[in-house]
Design a protein. Sequence first.
Lengths: 476, 202, 356
Amino acid sequence: MSDLVPVIPEIFILTMTCVLLLVDLFIKEDQRDIVYWFSLAILASAFLLTYQGQPSERELVFGASFVRDSLSDILKLFVYVVSAGVFIYARDYLKLKGMYKGEFFLLGLFAVLGMMLMISSASFLTLYLGLELLALSLYAMVALEYHSARASEAAMKYFVLGAVASGILLYGMSIMYGLTGTLNIYEIQARLLEAGDAGRTGVAFAMVFILVGVAFKLGAVPFHMWVPDVYDGAPTAVTNFIGSAPKIAAFAMVVRLVIEGMGSLHEQWLQIFLVLAVLSLLIGNVLAIPQTNIKRMLAYSTIAHIGFIVLGVLVGTADGYSAALFYTLVYALMSMGGFGVLLMLRREGQEIELINDLKGLNDRHPWLAFMMMLLMISMIGIPGTVGFVAKLWVLEALIHEGFISLAVFAVVMSVIGAYYYLRVIKTLYFDKPDSELVMTSNWDSRLLVSANGLAMLVLGLFPGLLVPLCVAAFAG
Amino acid sequence: MTFQMFLFYFFATIQVFAGLRMISVRNPVHAALFLVLSFVCAASLWILMEAEFLGLLIVLVYVGAVLVLFLFVVMMLDINIAQIREGFARYLPIAAVAALVMVVQMIWVLNDKVFKASAPPPALPEYNNTEALGEVLYTQYVLQFEIAAVILLVAIIAAIALTLRKRPTTKYQNPGEQIKVKRNDRVRLVQMKAEKNEVEPE
Amino acid sequence: MDKIASLLGFLPESVVAIIMILIKIILIIVPIMVAVAYLTFAERKIIGYIQVRIGPNRVGPKGWLQPIADALKLMTKEVILPENANRFLFLIAPLLVLGPALAAWAVIPFNDGWILSNINAGLLYILALTSLGVYGVILAGWASNSKYALLGGLRTAAQLVSYEIAMGFALVGVLMATGSLNLEEIVNVQRGGIHHWLFIPLIGLFLVYFIAGVAETNRAPFDVAEGESEIVAGFHVEYSGMAFAIFFLAEYANMILISALTATLFLGGWLSPFEGLLPASVFEIPVLGSLLGNGIHWLVFKTAFFLLLFLWFRATFPRYRYDQIMRLGWKVLIPVTLVWIFAEGIAIAFGWTPWA
């Protein structure tokens, strides 16, 4: 029975989602709000359950295949918050698009369950199954808008590339299993150390395959091809989901597989991560500049941000990991807000797609424009916003370990990146509106976007609210 | 060479052959059938390894259900083979290199000392493969088992969400309604005066 | 059996083993083939009586030689290959239907110890093999290069895959009740008279299994795959002569198999219904005792009963429409099995197992 205590949040989400599935069957088309509020209530209750039940030390259950520690708890709490935010932003958008179906929320909740399992996995098997649960839900969510050829194409690309990535990851895992004889992540670390031949070729092969799989899921260059197409093709509400919460889960995957599973191989994976980080920063920032489609632009900016997260990880110290964790959490909030603003607006009845569609938002809805500006300057990393703290911490960790040139490169890239964010701000404030721009959202999204934008400021001015949690997560 | 060794090589050869034919044959239905053959051989190999439960399961699930549906779809699709083949020659060198790398790497990895283990002792006569699997599946791996079930549930939800479209033009039969029909709902008796066939005067 | 083995003592041991297995296979297959032949005769006779006709009565005394005449006729007919048909698949398809129907008999116990291969996972083996039969039908439909045949093949594929699920779930119920996949053990669990047979506690699964079995064999009222009024004869419309005869053979062999399985799984196979009900002394009466006691004749009798049901259905029920078949399979049979398995699981968890 004690095995079940650490998994209470997961069991709760699964049970309640199944209940919601049945509820959804029996309600009428115009009562769909029940599903919406129900799913928010599920996430809120899960938040409380996770928050209340935080263990004082690491707990391993189910044959040491499920772990619960302070890291897993903070990641899960953010997954709930971000997913709830995505749901809130999505509601009015989905209604206008005629996609306001229970499936969006159900698949979203199942994706949350998958992310929770990834976050808490202590074995390859749990991690892989959690990943597949998440990925399968996401593929379906992308394709939910089935009469749109673009969404179907995006779903197909996402599915095929995701399946390839899963295959590669699984291949690497199977080699690793063959070499160490265990699926348990902590055992693998121990066996590799014990054998004393961490450098042998088989291990290197396994590691490369696992890292390629991870990089695919993260969307780091050169495995980023799917990111812009999927972001662009998917319905924006789904893009918002893909761009935010799963990044937290992907970070958890990096932690569990690379840091905890293969920490002793730091020498080897450092090289690969260097390439991933440098290319991601370069390609992400440079290719974002010519984009006129705001979803594609944000997709490339995601790649750049992933580069920063990888930088934090490759440092190889607890400080670097904490910085990367902080960056991931902050990024999820920023991304959620950025797409959220797009979801709240309609230009002449059409959804926002181009950067120019935002022209003159300040004249129409100054508060919303202000929030968007806060989110954008936070993405740039201007002092006073939380994005600055995140970037600073990563750079600090880099310099502390002597990666000076890498830090300089990251700064240069950030400056280049500032260009396209500033262009959005320019469009918001200095361009004159040339057509009707309407805010179509209800009070719940308006409240959320205010909180989301102001959080950038508050966390930027008082980083002490979040930093200690990130430090504590890697203190053990 | 023992009889078992003979069987092993027999099935393994057929499996490799079937696998090769599956990707090289022109007709998609034939390709699917070679896949069936290769699955059956894989099942035989598993049974040779005393994993009779898994061997039979692969036949039951993959051959008996998954590939039947696969064939079902392939047979209904009008696939233009020439079109699919277009890029074949162009991509062949790249594919060959990738395949070569994979093979070399597999050999490399499998040469590792951990894979040089000798065969495990044969199972005791009262050993039951099915029972042993069930025992670990529902105790040690119960969490993973449940997640797998959830994944299947998601697959069902996704499939239904993506394909179930209500078409207003579809006509449904409702047997209950049909039975409840009274004569008066369908037949209306109309009283009409007999019409006089007036003959026009000449 | 041992006597034959000792007669062959001059041969090496492995050869003797192989010969013995071959003899056993022949002992199983020949009676089945004869049974198939006379099942077709019985079908025509019984349906004839139901429809107040006489049925075949010309060839031989009372028509007894009718099936032999039929067989001769089919054997001497030409096998026509349709134009542009896929030769190899067209010819191998009938064998793919017949093969599994015969191979499945390997694990069926005919009497105490009378079993060709007493494997642990017998039930699973049966499920796996019966699921293979669908290939022959699909391939026959596709390889014929004919519209009607293809339609028949597709209908069959959908139908068989759907009903296999209900069938498999029904078997799960049996597995849970008996705790074994071995068919001999499943029969042995039901020892002790008719009230110990599994069809009483598992009545729902028993009905589902038999209905699914009728659907699996493509028999009326589930014979949309043939549907002679709509798609002529479905998947085997292009077949003639011996190739057609093999399809025919396979259909009836499958019917016998399903009947024998239903008898084995739910009605105690070779067990006598009176075992444990009559005093032990009754079973020692010379002829009557062995008739009333356990034995292969009970299996034959039970199988014959289910075969009669098959024929009765055909004479009585009109054909289901395709969507009705799917409805019955997915919305009625599968939920019934699921609820039944769930209830059974609860019963087992609380130790309420009247069959044990």
